[in-house]
Ligand binder design. Structure first.
Ligand SMILES: Cc1cc2nc3c(=O)[nH]c(=O)nc-3n(C[C@H](O)[C@H](O)[C@H](O)COP(=O)(O)O)c2cc1C
Length: 175
């Protein structure tokens, strides 16, 4: 698959089959995460891989945005002690860094036939308690992982001509 094919084919998957994810695939997905760009290369992230089915069920209870029963979850957090190196903009940079890592992970997963979904809707306090996340580490996003029971249809995208402005805002890009 070429890169655009992977980018366009990835879907947010919310129902998963029972098939286990091989360890090497999980490792490749995590590796894709650490190779994301980060502001000043601070790499403020900490990733928590949750593969214990009992724990996944508990996380689901505090995560209204988590659909289906995935085989694994990656909780993407940033470490405030690391992000402080960027000064006042540290936390907002860290959120961007984590978003890029999450996208890398989801594209890697898709290239391996594995479905994923980014999840921002969860109770941070309850999640920190469940996963023993220390005070200085902030969970931002979760990525659920599993083989899809089906690939969803692609949701609508706003067309390029509507989204892109050429040189100055409001000027259309023509093909
Ligand atoms: C920052 C962010 C947070 C999201 N949070 C959730 C969520 O809590 N639950 C969920 O089911 N989907 C969530 N999504 C997935 C979006 O609904 C999905 O990306 C969008 O509908 C487009 O579909 P696609 O990913 O299949 O292209 C989130 C996506 C992003 C980027």
């Amino acid at each position: 698959m070429d890169v655009l094919e992977i980018i366009k084919g990835r879907r947010s998957v919310r129902s998963f089959s029972d098939k286990a994810i091989p360890k090497e695939s999980l490792y490749a997905i995590l590796e894709a995460g650490i190779w994301a760009p980060s502001g000043s290369n601070i790499q403020p992230w900490e990733f928590i891989l949750v593969d214990d089915p009992g724990l996944i069920k508990k996380v689901k209870l505090v995560s209204p945005g988590l659909y289906g029963l995935p085989k694994a979850l990656i909780v993407l957090c940033f470490n405030k002690k690391r992000s402080e190196k960027a000064g006042r903009i540290g936390p907002s940079l860290a959120v961007m860094d984590i978003s890029m890592a999450a996208q890398n992970m989801m594209l890697m997963a898709y290239s391996l036939g594995i479905g994923s979904c980014p999840i921002a809707s969860f109770n941070k306090i309850a999640l920190k308690e469940l996963l023993s996340i220390p005070e200085e580490v902030e969970p931002v996003l979760m990525v659920s992982l599993g083989y899809p029971s089906r690939w969803p249809e692609p949701p609508h995208r706003r067309p390029i001509e509507e989204v892109v402005h050429l040189n100055v805002y409001g000027q259309n890009l023509r093909r």
